[in-house]
Design a protein around this ligand. Sequence first.
Ligand SMILES: [Zn+2]
Length: 160
Amino acid sequence: MAKTLNLIICLIALCSSLRVDGHTGHCCSMGPKGYVADWRDHMFVHEYGHYIQSQYMGISFLPVVGVPSLLSAWCTSGWSGMKHNERWFERWANKLGGDYFDKKYGSKAPGYKENNGDYFNKDAFVSGKGTLYKNSRDIYGNNVPRPTSVNKFVFWDIIL
Ligand SMILES: [Zn+2]
């Protein structure tokens, strides 16, 4: 129940770009304890992708991405035999977040050095191969793949 409530708060926060739970910046408090706004935390990079989505989509974010994402994490993806992270809005969030931080702190940032832990590693973000820098939460590390290509749609994408 607390998790569900947290997800709802997160979606509201994403839409209104509010500060929630004392976290500064634009993103939300979804995720485990100790979750911080830091590109070394690849979960944050993904969530920031949702924030960019909400900026693009304005009020339509909630019905088009927010609610389906919540339902997907909850049940619809399970019913469709599809993983939550395969849904188009999740992949798109990976793409937006990955590109954003690649431009600011990664291979497209001024002074970028390859194989250097001071820079965001978009390849590792996508592949989940791990990074030279440490995920500040250090719970899941950066070993979760976050693919950016959308190759599947499900029934729920049309009605929800
Ligand atoms: Zn997501």
